[in-house]
Ligand binder design. Structure first.
Ligand SMILES: *[C@@H]1O[C@H](CO)[C@@H](O)[C@H](O)[C@H]1NC(C)=O
Ligand SMILES: *[C@@H]1O[C@H](CO)[C@@H](O)[C@H](O)[C@H]1NC(C)=O
Ligand SMILES: *[C@@H]1O[C@H](CO)[C@@H](O)[C@H](O)[C@H]1NC(C)=O
Ligand SMILES: *[C@@H]1O[C@H](CO)[C@@H](O)[C@H](O)[C@H]1NC(C)=O
Ligand SMILES: *[C@@H]1O[C@H](CO)[C@@H](O)[C@H](O)[C@H]1NC(C)=O
Ligand SMILES: *[C@@H]1O[C@H](CO)[C@@H](O)[C@H](O)[C@H]1NC(C)=O
Ligand SMILES: *[C@@H]1O[C@H](CO)[C@@H](O)[C@H](O)[C@H]1NC(C)=O
Ligand SMILES: *[C@@H]1O[C@H](CO)[C@@H](O)[C@H](O)[C@H]1NC(C)=O
Length: 541
């Protein structure tokens, strides 16, 4: 049916058969392009005058044979398997050629021969067949391409006529990356990886090759380790450590914590993180071409714990002491403020890691605790007791102080009494002396007056001791004179003469004064000098 369509078409065109006398061959197209390997059909019709009988029809590629013999392609070994004459004995001369080769590129003619000797015809000019193909890329390096290598891509095409322009395209980039049938890349980089095509420009049009892939291998680089959480990590959080790297082929990732392998894969997940997860982590990216590391530090924060308050003094605290309380704790980051509280009081009593109470008194007794706080939380300590008491030592001191005070007071009183007594005595003696001086003009003061009558009974034994003559002016005799005056003959003053003040002055000049006179041997002569007007003194002082 399909075969007859052109005929129907031709029949519908008026006048085709009207010129009965015309010899002619009509090709649907004078120039046909065929891809190598494809099947091409050349449509053709022919006419001849009536009265002729077709004897032979065939296709040939020779227009002017040497011996006037046109070779029939169906008898050509090159063609006879592939050419098919779609024979119509009347007017159709279409032909089909399968498995087109680039050597098939040629001009072809249809020839027919009639029963009459002059009835021969060749349809010239004929149909030109151009054969082209899909270009093919070949890569210089058959094996692995590593960065730094040099690579040559060659585009080849079996076309006839030959391809007159080659260009190169990478992936879906619209502009070409090169021209010529050879594309050379020296010192290849990873960004040269990708799919390449070449394009040929030909009489038949443009043809693209299949794409080839360049896979440039390279060792890991730009290795980075990162923490999923950008902010702070607190105990109990879940954290992903991610290692990213560029490499071809993809790297195997392994994770280390301070040289100890802890996992593998791009993501190392830690759920319910603890403070002992803190530390240096390293991810190692490794492929066939090398390895590279990246590190990160994990700092797990936690609120204060093991908070305890301690007291500086181990013994009994007594009033007036100074007491220091110290708060200790563990936390990350370090505690930024400590506050001190007294049990059952809502407001704090102090701040700082140590809390000092100076000059303590019993009103400050109680239970104290501290609260340690950092950026992620706070915790209080157990309370410690601060008890203000009394010590026996203090009692003793107090007692001693009291006793001393008492003794001191008594001593002062005694001294006062003595002073008073002395003042009184002196005053009394003076009075007595003055009395005597008044009566007898005596020069002696503080002399005990002895009764004459009673004294006379002991006259024989009267001893004069410690006679201390004193001048009225208060001058005393020098002690040095006393030994000189210890002459036994002059020593015994049995009688003390009354002298007037004037006489006394004279006596001072003529006689020595005596101090500390000791009468060892009382002499009778002492008494012999005693006169009525004389006064006998004993214990003259
Ligand atoms: C030849 O004719 C057939 C149908 O008769 C058509 O399909 C084909 O495309 C034609 N070939 C050319 C080269 O015109
Ligand atoms: C090949 O193509 C390029 C761009 O497509 C053009 O610049 C060049 O002139 C062409 N060469 C030939 C021989 O046609
Ligand atoms: C190229 O095409 C592919 C799909 O064919 C697409 O995935 C890719 O993004 C394209 N690249 C560019 C650079 O347009
Ligand atoms: C960690 O990664 C896993 C997937 O690997 C994801 O499901 C999870 O949500 C991530 N966790 C965090 C904290 O980012
Ligand atoms: C990557 O890991 C796989 C599986 O564990 C192993 O077979 C392969 O040898 C590793 N490659 C390298 C480069 O270490
Ligand atoms: C801190 O407290 C934990 C329990 O909360 C305990 O296991 C640990 O031994 C304590 N550390 C110190 C130094 O007291
Ligand atoms: C801790 O310190 C900050 C600033 O230093 C202060 O505002 C805050 O009140 C303190 N907290 C306590 C409990 O003392
Ligand atoms: C604090 O108050 C509680 C109950 O309110 C009581 O049991 C405790 O004895 C009080 N502590 C002190 C030190 O007063």
């Amino acid at each position: 049916m399909a075969r007859r369509l052109p005929l129907i078409f031709l029949l519908m065109i008026p006048g085709v058969y009207s010129a009965d006398d015309c010899w002619g061959v009509t090709y649907s197209s004078s120039h046909i392009c065929a891809l190598k390997g494809s099947t091409v059909t050349i449509n053709c019709t022919y006419t001849y005058p009536t009265g002729y009988q077709i004897k032979k029809v065939f296709w040939t590629k020779t227009q002017t044979p040497t011996d006037n013999v046109f070779p029939d392609l169906s008898e050509d070994s090159e063609y006879k398997q592939r050419i098919q004459y779609l024979r119509d004995k009347q007017h159709d001369c279409s032909v089909r050629l399968t498995d087109v080769r680039h050597t098939d590129s040629h001009e072809y003619y249809f020839r027919f021969i009639t029963d009459k000797p002059d009835g021969k015809w060749i349809g010239a000019p004929g149909v030109t067949l151009d054969v082209t193909d899909k270009p093919v890329i070949s890569i210089s390096s058959s094996g692995v391409i590593v960065e730094g290598d040099s690579v040559t891509l060659t585009c080849s095409s079996e076309s006839n006529p030959p391809v007159h322009n080659y260009s190169w395209f990478k992936e879906n980039q619209t502009s070409s990356v090169g021209s010529g049938n050879i594309y050379y890349i020296s010192n290849i980089r990873s960004d040269h990886s990708g799919q390449y095509k070449c394009k040929t420009r030909h009489t038949c049009g443009e043809k693209y090759s299949d794409s080839v892939t360049l896979n440039v291998l390279y060792p890991p680089r730009n290795v980075t380790a990162s923490i999923s959480s950008s902010g702070v990590i607190v105990e109990g959080d879940s954290v992903n450590l991610t290692c990213s790297s560029e490499s071809n082929p993809p790297a195997n990732i392994s994770w280390f914590k301070e040289e100890t392998s802890v996992g593998s894969g791009n993501i190392y997940s830690i759920s319910n993180i603890r403070s002992d997860h803190s530390g240096q982590y390293k991810c190692k990216a490794r492929n066939e071409l090398g390895e590279r590391n990246a590190a990160l530090t994990l700092n797990v924060l936690y609120p204060p714990r093991n908070v305890s308050a301690s007291i500086s003094s181990s013994g009994v605290i007594v009033e007036g002491d100074s007491v220091t309380l110290t708060c200790s704790s563990e936390s990350n980051p370090p505690v930024h403020n400590y506050s001190w509280f007294k049990e059952n009081q809502t407001s704090s009593v102090g701040s700082g890691q140590t809390f000092s109470i100076s000059n303590i008194n019993s009103r400050l007794s109680g239970w104290f605790y501290c609260v340690a706080q950092n950026e992620v939380g706070s915790q209080r300590s157990d309370a410690v007791s601060v008890t203000v008491g009394h010590s026996s030592y203090r009692h003793l001191l107090f007692g001693i102080a009291a006793a001393c005070g008492g003794l001191f007071t008594i001593a002062i009183i005694i001294v006062l009494i003595l002073i008073i007594m002395r003042i009184r005595r002196v005053a009394k003696t003076k009075e007595a002396a003055v009395n005597q001086v008044n009566r007898q003009d005596d020069l002696y003061c503080a002399v005990n007056h002895v009764d004459l009558a009673s004294e006379s009974a002991h006259c024989d034994d009267v001893q004069y001791e410690s006679v201390k003559p004193q001048r009225l002016g208060g001058e005393q005799t020098t002690a040095g004179e006393a030994p000189e005056s210890r002459d036994p003959e002059e020593l015994h003053y049995a009688t003390v003469h009354h002298h007037s003040n004037a006489e006394m002055r004279r006596s001072e000049e003529n006689e020595n004064h005596y101090g500390n006179i000791t009468n060892d041997k009382p002499d009778a002569s002492v008494r012999s000098n005693v006169e009525d007007t004389s006064v006998i003194y004993s214990s003259v002082k």
